[in-house]
Design a protein around this ligand. Structure first.
Ligand code: SAH
Ligand code: SF4
Ligand code: F3S
Length: 458
């Protein structure tokens, strides 16, 4: 591969925010080799599918997309146009490895999440050698060290991966196998990247990790820093108005982090804290290592620090052995907490995980019925939460242009999308907005003109 010959790169990203972040990093690494990112596969020289393996449906989508791309490539070649390299990255690449090249021999490169810094080399090898190239190692060198960041412009709300991998081995989950062991980046590297992002236009940073609150990075003072400590240091970064973090595990919700919610104004009063189930026996079988009561205690402590704390969560229904009583316990927990936003799934047995071979798998129909019951309540809670903000004045960070001329879209501290008439305001402004109406997926509001000299809290 020759640098400076301009080629086009299309990346399609599936799965979690970590994949979104990784896609940007891959694009940056390939930019140094002449690749410009484009937003369609149609004429791209290189297409990367950055994939997700979390549920069966997510993984199957990848193979159907690969089939579509293969037909596109054949058509282009038949029409005498340039060819297309096809790479698969992410968690399906890691989980399938060689099997992917057996099932889809037309794929040029298969690269796992810890080997992205080797992508240019893999592409060069593909140009020299016949057949698909594969790298699903967990190398000793960190991809973060090998992929220096070059942020020229940042969205107002940016992602920053601080921790990767998982040692928790929940019995339903593939992540420990696809992402490897828990690794935290040094705090100094995180702070340097945050400053770069802010200089490039970010006003909000969401710290990412499969277990972000399990963060334990080397601090510049020679000590190990927790996430709470890191958040406090980030709050010192000039120009950074808002800090968020995701995804947290209830087990790692320590006192320092909970206190930070009360003491660090930049830390938003919204937390995604997946509970999965409200039944202690299911939680135990899932290897979550907390009880429903533990979860409720954490919520209480968080609300003790920030009475306006809003929570979102993930739920799995139909985990092996889940009885009607177990499911009823989940419904009770939902009623007790009141969630602002939620994601709920039918249990999907994943090859290689302990759950997949457990006896007492739950029937699909039962899973569907429970999911419908749960989602009806969760949807009603989300609606009630959003409706309760109508009439309130909330700080909104304006993030992007809306669909109509002059319209801007921003977010409240509680991650709700709000449409406003932009008049005199710009993307990146933090404004006070009176919420006027609530729609199924967003709110609308009116920007209030600040009193001269008024400081707007994040
Ligand atoms: N690290 C996070 C979750 C990452 S996966 C945590 O510990 O909570 C995101 C969500 O996908 C999980 O919270 C879970 O609800 C869901 N999920 C993971 N594996 C699944 C499976 N096998 N079947 C159904 N849902 C699953
Ligand atoms: Fe998966 Fe559990 Fe690790 Fe979350 S904590 S990534 S659910 S194994
Ligand atoms: Fe999916 Fe991998 Fe993220 S399995 S949810 S892309 S860590």
């Amino acid at each position: 591969m020759t640098a400076r010959v301009s080629k086009s790169l299309y990346i399609k990203t599936y799965g979690c925010q970590m994949n979104v972040y990784d896609s940007d990093r891959m694009a940056e690494a390939l930019a140094a080799h002449g690749y410009n990112r484009v937003d369609t596969a149609e004429t791209a020289d290189l297409v990367i599918l950055n994939t997700c393996h979390i549920r069966e449906k997510a993984a199957e989508k990848v193979y159907s997309e690969l089939g579509r791309l293969r037909r596109l490539r054949d058509r282009r070649e038949a029409e005498g146009q340039s060819g297309m390299l096809l790479a698969v990255a992410g968690c399906v690449a890691q989980a399938e490895g060689e099997a992917m090249l057996e099932r889809a021999a037309f794929v040029d490169v298969v690269v796992g999440p810890q080997a992205y810094h080797r992508l240019p080399e893999l592409l060069a090898r593909r140009a020299r050698e016949q057949g698909g190239q594969i790298d699903t190692d967990f190398p000793v060198e960190s991809k973060f060290d090998e992929l220096p960041r070059q942020v020229e412009s940042s969205p107002v709300s940016a992602f920053l991966t601080v921790q990767e991998g998982c040692d928790k081995f929940c019995s339903f989950c593939v992540v420990p196998y696809t992402r490897g062991a828990e690794v935290s980046r040094p705090a100094a590297a995180v702070l340097a990247e945050a400053r770069q992002l802010v200089a490039a236009g970010a006003r909000e940073i969401t710290l990412l990790g499969q277990n972000v609150n399990g963060y334990h990075g080397d601090g510049p003072d020679g000590r190990t820093w927790s996430l709470g400590r890191l958040v406090r240091a980030l709050a010192e970064v000039d120009g950074l108005a808002r800090i968020r973090y995701t995804t947290s595990h209830p087990r790692d919700m320590d006192e320092e982090l909970i206190r930070a919610h009360g003491e660090v104004p930049q830390l938003m009063p919204f937390l995604h804290l997946p509970v999965q189930s409200g039944s202690d026996s299911v939680l135990e079988a899932m290897n979550r290592k907390y009880t429903a009561a533990d979860f409720l205690r954490i919520v209480e402590k968080l609300r003790g620090q920030r009475p306006d704390m809003a929570l979102s969560s993930d739920f799995i229904v139909g985990f092996p052995g889940e009885s009607d009583e177990d499911f009823a316990a989940t419904m009770r927990l939902v009623e007790q907490v009141g969630f602002a936003l939620s994601f709920s799934f039918k249990y999907s047995p994943r090859p290689g995980t302990p759950g997949a071979t457990m006896r007492k798998q739950v029937h699909e129909d039962t899973k569907s019925a429970r999911l419908a019951t749960l989602q009806a309540t969760l949807d009603a809670q989300a609606r009630a939460f959003n409706e309760a903000t109508v009439g309130r004045v909330l700080p909104v960070l304006l993030e992007r242009a809306g669909r109509h001329a002059g319209q801007l879209v921003g977010r409240t501290p509680y991650l709700q999308g709000v449409h406003v008439e932009g008049r005199g305001h710009a993307i990146g402004d933090l404004v006070q907005v009176r919420i006027d109406a609530c729609y199924p997926h967003s709110l609308s509001g009116t920007v209030l003109e600040p009193d001269p000299g008024e400081e707007i809290a994040a």
